[in-house]
Ligand binder design. Sequence first.
Ligand code: WTA
Length: 676
Amino acid sequence: MWLPCGCTSKYVASSFARRTLASYLHVSGRSRCNVAAFMPEAAGLEGVSGRAALRELSVSNSESFWAAVARHRLCWSTPFHTVQDCDLSRGKIKWFEGGKLNVSVNCLDRHVHTCPERVALIWERDERGSEMKYTYGELLEMTCRLGNLLRRHSVKRGDCVTIYMPTCPLAVASMLACARIGAAHNVVFAGFSADALAERIRDAQSSTVITVNQGVRGGKVTELKKTVDTAVQSCPTVKQVFVAMRTDNPVTMTARDIAMEEEMLKEDVVCEPAVMNSEDVLFLLYTSGSTGKPKGLVHTQAGYLLYAALTHRYVFSYHDGDVFGCVADIGWITGHSYVVYGPLANGATTVLFESTPIYPDPGRYWDMVERLKINQFYGAPTAIRLLLKYGDQWVNKYDRSTLKTLGSVGEPINTEAWEWYHRVVGDGRCPVVDTWWQTETGGICIAPRPSDPDAEIVPGMAMRPFFGINPVLMDTEGEVLTSNNTSGALCMAQPWPGMARTIHNNHQRFIDTYFQPYPGYFFTGDGAYRSEEGYYQITGRLDDVINVSGHRIGTAEIEDVVNQCPAVAESAVVGYTHSIKGQGVYAFVVLKKGIDVQEADLSRQLNGMVSEKIAKYASPDFIQFAKRLPKTRSGKIMRRVLRKVVESDLEGLGDLSTLDDPAAVQEIIQGHEKLL
Ligand code: WTA
């Protein structure tokens, strides 16, 4: 029996925790081994000497590796009997079958037992200097009250609750309360419009939504409850909406609405956790693909949590007592894995960042680092590029000596931004980890791994696969490229516990998207370069997905909205290089015959439609009206050509012989030049 340390608390004495520990801390004993000092989870793996050998074994004998780490890092109420049962050719992925556990117990109760007064969350509220701290004990209490409240309102195991909230403690408690009672959650980014929210609620078939009266970000108030009111009008499944109060401003409450904090106070602080199977659903998270309809990726309990926890520990060199500052919104996978689940599973103090990098001024992040004494800072290249432009003085004003690791995620980080992050923010002493991963992968797959102090890091490269990850590059014929200094489609040759299990209600789409392009492999949708030394660099998407400020968006989603405008005959949307956002949105629009409108008015209308139907960040930066689009003889829009035009790479237009009418390209080029 493994008990991390022996402190007791009011929670252990009075609540569920006592029972929990008896039934949940089912962890095998530790044996000594020479990698144990580095990775105690691997102590059971006899005969492995050194980190390189451990990494090799994690791929060559992945079952032993994952069995050892799963036993060590998670608390099980019933041990698993089968480490993995996967068949990538059929998109079948199962880990730790037979095992039973509760994710909220793993994230809360076990830490409450050992260190109830440890701070779990620091809520860096939008209003600078008004941060609030919540201990593990307090977060458990909030979670239990909410779990009981949801249960009292008939939310059952297997239901899916949609959460539309800004990054705040009650949002985290809502996620964990779902996990506690065995319901799945579906967090929808609070910047999404009512239409986008409604589409996700309908697809997830949620009968319960959790929201706040208003959001506050960058000093601006957003009407989240009103957005929910609009959304649920087209969601017949929704029976109840829990409304928490982020501001003091009252909102209209209908018969469907429940005042969340008020009702929580009436609930017991003890909430019996549901005993979940490893492969029960933990959450859905919608993300863009290359077609118009977002896909609800499904992650399950044990494998996801284990992978989030292990990567959090080793990619960032997180150590007990560190303050972990990931500034992602909880509405994205980065928020799920590295604001909530990874850090909490490891008993970390995790920061909830509600604001923006430049509010009230461009020193916000570094002021926060000084005030909260952040040890690991994890952010997006788009913000780094923006802050770089404001100058070093905003960084140098603040004490950043607590920082140990700097992380980057979501899009390629260019060398200039990498160097600045390293040299100015990290004073040249903190390793920068450029982490590559996706909603689909659950956690970081390729990263420099600073836990190996000797590891070389090349600026702008994601570098090395994590434990258990086996990346391969494919050529255009679908053959594995075995040499180095080569580029290809990035695939994974082996399953790992953190990968998504399916697309909600559409397993066929899951297979078609990820496993059919290269049978037997998981296809990421990204291209990558492997250097002479074997290091990986991500070169960008190979499909029609673009990345705007680290937000993934399918160009087809934007086209669908633009095409709904009665004046529009057809459209094509492509990404172009943007100095801050990474990529911007460029739309080509062909109007119906006989339409006579002011282009500027129509542009405004189309921008408004995209903001309203999707989100502001998806709104086109440029709209070019064209008489026609370049098409192949079979009628397919040649996006390759459009992409080259918007990048002003006319040399690279390539073979135009399949075009129906090459004159269309000339028109497009002229129109583009006029627009700039
Ligand atoms: C891109 C975000 C280059 C990539 C965690 C991927 C990156 C998509 C990096 C996933 C990186 C993510 N370097 N590109 N370090 N990290 N990407 O699902 O194209 O929102 O496929 O997950 O972002 O975006 P998602």
